[in-house]
Design a protein around this ligand. Structure first.
Ligand SMILES: *[C@@H]1O[C@H](CO)[C@@H](O)[C@H](O)[C@H]1NC(C)=O
Ligand SMILES: *[C@@H]1O[C@H](CO)[C@@H](O)[C@H](O)[C@H]1NC(C)=O
Ligand SMILES: [Fe+2]
Length: 528
């Protein structure tokens, strides 16, 4: 196996972290989890330094905007009402900022009634809904697309910009289209579930999908997975890989029957394969039906292995293997090496307990949030397609720099998706081992040439970064990193621009309002 050739080089880490004299400003941190109902459209913003002339396009991020309404409040962070934010760079040094709620049925009905409308939430509301409202919750379903944004082609086979739509997503099959130039909501898309006629209507419920679609390499189609829950003992549940050729044209690439439905948030794609990690965390439908809260209906088995399924994108053939017990939210990147084996990088956790701990009560309380155990560890898995085995590998860190792999929100230069690459960018938390608010933006050199870098500022909180390459760039790290930042010292939001080569902040713009916590987003060069 050629990956035995990996050797450890002495790591020289360039670091900006300051561990001494850190004083937390907790009221500032809480602004990330405080309702901001202000909406803005193309509001001019000024950067402190000149913007690069080549920078043209729009960064769009999805996240949270409202945490309570009327008599009710959300319990879990992930249940906040979806709010989009965008930063438009016109290419002439000018930039504007927009932010708007996703005008979903959930949002519209809630605002109309002045109270949180009965829809599915991950952990419910306080005070809890009554019996009648709970029935409506099941009927109304989940409608709050606050996790990610993604462009799909509306015409199969077309890569033309005019045929492209922009969508707000969560881990459900339903998506909302929005106008990328002004963030107005266009409406929901409930694409039909592909499959044999008759077989799709009854017998199972298909709704759990992923907020992280991936482009099919070299094609205009995208891939997602969709889990199908069977209600009949003679029919198994299944996890399906679905090809989205256009928003209304979808096909099943492969279907994997399972006894228990795993909960997954993302997956990987290489040139020829899709790779799914079924961590031993299963959807317990009896519990969910009882509580109507998905996060209270997940069963974790800390003693079971993870099932790894590799799907051939041409034939649909599935190769199944097992690896160590692990939980993951975010796959980062994967590629095939010269001998046809797969190299796959993702962020692992010892267990999924942190998800249920991410309640607003915990996050807003410095003691409670510091007690949440985040075991994030960025790791590599080598998948040998001939031997059918999976070998986990831990990246080395320089002494005292363990946080260099303790990050989530993995991002790459997207030109290197499904290719051999060197740089992974992430957001590390608890870099001092104690405070949740003590974080850093890290650049991990997975080629192990000692080029790890990290950057942090006390009480300044960075969102997931988005990498924008320089036109005609030669080096993988030629470009800029964009991050929505809350400066808790000043109680102001900024957009930061970082130089990935040094991980130094090179420019920033103060925003006209606070941007609460955002989860994921992307840069769209065609929107300007
Ligand atoms: C988005 O809004 C702009 C102007 O506000 C309009 O010209 C354009 O047609 C809209 N696009 C879509 C897809 O609705
Ligand atoms: C980062 O910026 C600071 C201040 O501008 C500068 O002193 C330092 O040399 C820079 N570091 C790198 C690695 O470029
Ligand atoms: Fe995610």
């Amino acid at each position: 196996m050629d990956f035995k050739m990996l050797y450890q080089l002495p790591l020289t880490v360039c670091i900006f972290l300051k561990f001494s004299s850190f004083v937390e400003t907790s009221d500032g941190f809480n602004l990330l989890y405080t309702t901001n109902s202000l909406e803005l459209e193309n509001f001019p913003i000024r950067f402190e330094k000149e913007l690069p002339k080549w920078l043209k396009g729009t960064l769009i991020r999805n996240g949270f905007g409202r945490f309570e309404l009327g008599k009710h409040r959300m319990i879990h962070l992930f249940d906040a009402y979806a709010k989009l934010s965008s930063w438009k760079f016109k290419g002439d040094g000018q930039a504007t900022f927009s932010t708007k709620f996703v005008d979903s049925s959930f949002y519209k009905k809630s605002m109309a009634s002045g109270d949180i409308a009965p829809f599915i939430t991950f952990m419910g509301v306080e005070p809890p809904f009554g019996i009648l409202e709970s029935m409506n919750v099941l009927i109304n379903g989940l409608d709050n697309m606050n996790v990610n944004v993604y462009p799909y082609s509306k015409v199969a086979g077309s890569s033309e910009i005019k045929d492209r739509g922009y969508y707000a997503l969560t881990d459900f099959w339903k998506i909302y289209e929005f106008n990328a130039t002004n963030l107005n909501t266009i409406g929901p898309v409930q694409a039909k579930i592909p499959g044999k006629p008759g077989k799709t209507a009854l017998g199972f419920l298909s709704f759990i999908s992923t907020a992280h679609p991936l482009p099919e390499i070299g094609k205009t189609s995208s891939l997602v997975f969709l889990t199908k829950l069977s209600l009949f003992p003679w029919e198994k549940h299944s996890v399906n890989l679905v090809r989205i050729k256009a928003t209304d044209e979808r096909e099943i690439v492969a279907s994997i029957p399972v006894d228990q439905l795993p909960y997954m948030h993302s997956f990987s794609v290489t040139k020829n394969y899709a790779i799914l990690f079924f961590s031993p965390i299963y959807i317990n439908i009896v519990k969910i039906a009882k509580t109507v809260h998905p996060f209270e209906g997940l069963d974790w088995y800390g003693d079971r292995q993870t099932d790894v399924h590799v799907i051939n994108l041409k034939t649909g053939a599935v190769t199944s293997m097992k690896t160590e017990n692990t939980f993951t939210m975010h796959h980062a990147n994967a590629y095939e090496n010269e001998n046809g084996n797969i190299v796959l990088d993702l962020v692992t956790y010892d267990d999924p307990n942190f998800i249920t701990s991410m309640t607003l009560d915990n996050f807003r309380d410095p003691k409670k949030r510091n007690d949440i155990s985040f075991t994030a560890k960025f790791k590599r898995y080598y998948i040998d397609m001939k031997e059918r085995n999976v070998t986990p590998y831990s990246f080395p860190n320089a002494k005292g720099q363990e946080f260099m792999t303790r990050f989530d929100f993995p991002k790459i230069n997207e030109k290197y998706r499904a290719k051999k690459y060197c740089y992974m960018y992430g957001i590390a938390v608890k870099t001092d081992g104690k405070s949740l608010t003590k974080g850093a933006v890290v650049k991990k050199d997975v080629c192990e040439k000692g080029r790890d870098l990290a950057y942090d500022l006390d009480n300044v909180y960075f969102s997931e970064t988005v990498f924008v390459p320089t036109p005609n760039s030669k080096d993988e790290d030629d470009g800029i990193l964009l991050s929505s930042v809350l400066d808790a010292n000043e109680k102001k939001s900024y957009l930061y621009i970082m130089d990935p080569k040094t991980m130094n902040v090179t420019n920033r713009a103060e925003l006209p309002t606070i941007v609460p916590y955002t989860l994921h987003g992307g840069f769209f060069p065609e929107i300007h």
